[in-house]
Design a binder for this molecule. Structure first.
Ligand code: SF4
Length: 291
């Protein structure tokens, strides 16, 4: 079983919040401190996830002047499920408040292009921070813990880069280097739990009937599970890093000890009140309709 995370040093008499729990809060979108970067910077392609085509750098027509979404409470019925499932892992507020000091692309149109370019890099860096933090939350022993700590600190330093330096970073190479450590963390956690399962990394399981499947301890990193039927499947200690769960049916599935499962993955899937989730994740509100 995963071990308890180390508590941070705190003044005597005060309850310490474990670092991974504190960082989880920091690595979540805080849209009130952002200038709607995800509604402008990326391109949308009309699909099951987006009702419209939108070029990169152009504001979504649903974006209001105050940087709020005018259809936020009805994104799915209006055809914007991709927006409902999106999470920037806190990159939006970092670019807005730290990289650009609270300025916005509307008041300073000259900043628009550099802001959007910085956001694309920052999102990848924050996503990596999220994975490294989840690996640390598994409580790995040294030397792996030290390597994860160092990778987290190095990535964190990069997020404080100036805009010009940020866009020069080779984020693919940075991810690739960190991936080696993350893979070891996954292997160690699954072995420690006594559940090393099948290696299904990158497997194309889209639309497959996996009802009641025993996928305990499986490595499903980057697996395509779009529209897969995973009802009542056992995903205990399965590594779901980057698995594409769009439209997958997780009703009754056991994910409470699954590894690296993210909120956007759940938000893009279907499920019901019987789906067992890690305590750090929230049951998507649209699942109630499918329950
Ligand atoms: S970029 Fe992130 S913080 Fe900004 S509006 Fe989008 S989800 Fe919210």
């Amino acid at each position: 079983m995963p071990m308890e995370a180390r508590p941070d040093a705190m003044p005597e008499g005060r309850m310490a919040i474990p670092a991974p729990s504190r960082r989880r809060l920091e690595l979540r979108a805080d849209c009130d401190r952002c200038v709607a970067l995800c509604c402008v910077a990326p391109a949308f392609s009309a699909s099951a996830d987006f009702a419209i085509d939108k070029p990169a750098g152009q504001p979504c027509p649903n974006l209001r002047g105050d940087f709020r979404c005018s259809i936020h409470d009805r994104l799915r019925p209006r055809g914007f499920a991709g927006c409902a499932a999106f999470d920037c892992f806190g990159a939006g507020q970092q670019v807005t408040q730290v990289t650009f000091g609270g300025r916005d692309w509307r008041a300073h149109p000259g900043l628009a292009a550099p802001m959007f370019a910085a956001f694309a890099v920052m999102r990848r860096l924050h996503e990596l921070l999220w994975y490294l933090n989840e690996a640390l939350a598994l409580g790995p022993a040294d030397p792996l813990r030290k390597q994860l700590d160092e990778a987290f600190a190095a990535t964190k330093r990069m997020t404080n880069s100036r805009p010009d330096d940020l866009v020069k970073l080779d984020v693919n190479a940075i991810h690739e280097r960190a991936n080696a450590v993350l893979l070891r963390a996954s292997d160690q956690a699954r072995e420690h739990a006594g559940r090393p399962g099948p290696d299904l990394r990158g497997a194309d399981l889209a639309g497959k009937d996996l009802r009641g499947a025993d996928l305990a301890g499986a490595s499903l990193r980057g697996a395509l599970l779009i529209g897969a039927d995973l009802r009542d499947a056992d995903l205990s200690f399965a590594d779901l890093t980057g698995a594409d769960l769009r439209g997958a049916d997780l009703s009754g599935a056991g994910l409470e000890t699954s590894l690296f499962t993210s909120q956007p993955q759940l938000d893009s899937a279907r499920g019901d009140s019987r789906t067992r989730l890690p305590s750090r994740l929230i049951r998507p509100s649209h699942w109630a309709l499918a329950g």
